[in-house]
Design a protein around this ligand. Structure first.
Ligand SMILES: [Cu+2]
Length: 159
């Protein structure tokens, strides 16, 4: 049994196709002036029939990078570092404000809106680069509300 599993993993590791992982809406938040930390978000979709393990290894233009999850407890949100993200076959996973996210530390230079930076991942232990576009906060809010109004009819109530 053990032998069989090992054989299978060798078979699969030899063939990670670029289109196994679909990547959309990759952006990072333009840091506030003087701030040494910001976050990046992206939508992943595993289009393969096996689990994908995604790790962040580095980000061009930043000194350090981590993947975080957000934990909601007693009405408070805190975050915790995670080693990797596992996405099962044919599942989606979004990194978004208030949830999973990538944290970027100490930009080497001042970033500009619209600029693209590569974030370097390991997907099933293979190098995988994704270009992230730098977005200003007001643009992110605008894009999110446009996306939301496409998805839902919103109700406005008074409390
Ligand atoms: Cu964080």
């Amino acid at each position: 049994m053990k032998f069989k599993v090992l054989g299978m993993s060798l078979f699969f590791s030899a063939s990670l196709f670029a289109n196994d992982l679909k990547v959309e809406n990759a952006f990072l938040v333009l840091p506030n002036k003087g701030s040494k930390v910001t976050a990046a978000y992206v939508d992943f979709k595993n289009e393969s029939n096996k689990e994908l393990q995604i790790k962040i290894s580095s980000a061009d233009g930043f000194k350090a990078v981590e993947m975080h999850e957000t934990i909601h407890e007693d009405g408070r949100a805190s975050m915790r570092r995670i080693e990797d993200l596992k996405i099962t076959a044919n599942q989606k996973q979004s990194l978004k404000p208030g949830g999973l996210h990538i944290m970027l530390f100490e930009p080497a230079k001042e970033l500009k809106e619209g600029e693209k930076l590569n974030l370097n991942f390991l997907v099933n232990a293979k190098d995988y680069k994704i270009a992230f576009v730098v977005k200003a906060r007001n643009q992110i809010v605008k894009d999110a509300s446009e996306k939301k109004s496409e998805d839902h009819h919103e109700h406005h109530g008074h409390h």
